[in-house]
Design a protein around this ligand. Structure first.
Ligand code: ZN
Length: 475
């Protein structure tokens, strides 16, 4: 049997709470350096931590959404290590008693579904930030120190980089739907560390585990996993390079992984139960309250869009990527006669605009009602698609309504048969060669005649009608 890859993932997500994990400092990005600090998050002697209820709730929400069990009783643990961004020389985390455990995420996979088991989703606190300057000095900034962090750990169930990528998109979208984290990897709100090795299924022999750090986007994770799988396979097969248990970092510029340090083991951290915090025992009624308040999750919503609006599964998947985009689509679709047309507009022109501007749907200066007015004009045949694209751009640039623009600029589609007939006759008279081709059996030649009429009307002719009239005249 050939070697099989095994990949496990640890994902850290910063929770969008009002305050930090164990103190009342604001959990806010972008404030002046060290302005959100206090004796607790700086670990000054004598200060005592108090757990953040909203953070505990966020992890329970996530656990429930991932099908995890919520522990009746669990504890925080002290993870001891020295690092300049961790002022108190230990991190409060969870070790052998996580808040939630044993859930799963199902991936669509390519063709066949794949279940990724979730080992645990637990709660801890973030560290501060080291800022490395070009002159070799390093600054430490403590605003992030003590921000609530959720860690979601999978079993080593991934076999391919594609699965890893799909998992990260799925998890990100679930966290955003739940409202527990913004989960933007590029902003460091979600961080991912894959652990990769190979196993011989016959003998159970394994290559040493390698963990990868320094991954700043889902794309980097995908590329790093692909690279590392290939490197380890080559090393195991050729014996050119010795594989060791280690932590490697992803080099974004060179697109390679490189040794960072030998991997620590749990023993190195001297975990012990956090003496300053009582065990956590969430009340069953509270857990049920949280369960009842879970929103419709992305996959369920995609399935509903297929059923309720008759959309293709592909459209439903794209439209439910974020909760806001799905809300936007549903608001547009509710007010137009053709949901598929609404989907085409949101997936096409709206997303193209968002990509170009680099914003999310909240930055689009078009309310859903404004877009549905435009989509309705297309559905009714008042304007054709080409004109509608121009109107869309004008609506954004000028802040006017679709109907208003169409009326003011006389953009309504020409569906007057008498007028179109005259134009069709002229197109036939002006293009004898094309007409000859068409009559000689080249049916596609009709496209050039439709084009001539469209040109004569500055794109405003009803193309379907022109096509019909041409066919009639040409016999
Ligand atoms: Zn604080």
């Amino acid at each position: 049997m050939p070697l099989q890859p095994t990949i496990g993932l640890e994902v850290h997500a910063e929770l969008s709470t009002k305050s930090k994990m164990f103190c009342s400092c604001a959990n806010e990005f972008g404030a002046p350096p060290d302005s959100h600090t206090c004796p607790v998050c700086l670990g000054l002697p004598g200060s005592l931590p108090v757990p953040n209820r909203q953070a505990v709730e966020s992890v329970i929400r996530t656990g429930l959404a991932l099908g995890c069990h919520v522990a009746e009783r669990c504890r925080f643990a002290r993870k001891n290590y020295f690092y300049p961004d961790l002022a108190k020389n230990f991190q409060i985390s969870q070790y052998d008693e996580p808040l939630t455990h044993d859930g799963h995420i199902d991936l669509e996979g390519e063709g066949q579904p794949v279940r990724i088991r979730i080992r645990r989703a637990h709660l801890e606190e973030d560290t501060g930030k080291n800022i490395h300057l070009s002159d070799g000095h390093t600054l430490v900034e403590y605003n992030r120190c003590g921000v609530p962090l959720m860690e979601v750990v999978t079993e080593p169930d991934f076999r391919t980089a594609e699965h890893v990528r799909e998992y990260l998109y799925t998890l990100r979208s679930i966290l955003q739907y739940l409202g527990v984290s913004s989960a933007d990897m590029e902003k460091g709100q979600m961080r991912c560390e894959p652990t990769i090795n190979w196993i011989d299924p016959d003998t159970g022999e394994r290559t040493p585990k390698v963990e990868i750090k320094n991954l700043n986007s889902i794309k980097s994770v995908y590329e790093a996993v692909k690279y590392e799988l290939a490197r380890q396979k080559r090393a195991a097969a050729m014996g050119e390079e010795e594989l060791v248990q280690e932590t490697r970092r992803w080099d974004e510029a060179k697109l390679v992984t490189a040794t960072m340090r030998l991997k620590e083991t749990a023993d190195d951290y001297m975990y012990f139960p956090e003496p300053d915090l009582a065990p956590l025992a969430p009340e069953p009624e509270w857990i049920e309250e949280i369960r009842a308040s879970l929103p419709e999750l992305p996959r369920a919503r995609a399935q509903r869009l297929v059923v309720d609006y008759g959309l293709p599964a592909y459209d439903a998947g794209v439209l439910t990527e974020t909760r806001d985009l799905a809300d936007y689509f549903e608001a547009v679709a509710a007010a137009v006669p053709d949901a598929k047309l609404a989907s085409n507009w949101v997936m096409g022109d709206v997303r193209a605009w968002l990509n170009q501007e680099g914003g999310d749907i909240s930055t689009l200066p078009l309310a859903p009602t404004a877009l549905s007015e435009l989509v309705s004009l297309v559905a009714a045949g008042t304007i054709n698609n080409t004109t509608a694209k121009d109107v869309f751009a004008k609506m954004i640039a000028e802040g006017k309504g679709a109907q208003e623009i169409v009326e003011a600029e006389g953009l309504a589609q020409i569906s007057d048969t008498g007028e179109l007939e005259r134009l069709v006759e002229r197109a036939i008279a002006d293009n004898p060669k094309i007409v000859e081709d068409y009559r000689g059996g080249k049916r596609k030649a009709i496209g050039a005649l439709v084009g001539a009429v469209m040109k004569a009307t500055r794109g405003q002719a009803n193309a379907g009608l022109v096509n019909k009239l041409l066919k009639k005249k040409l016999g």
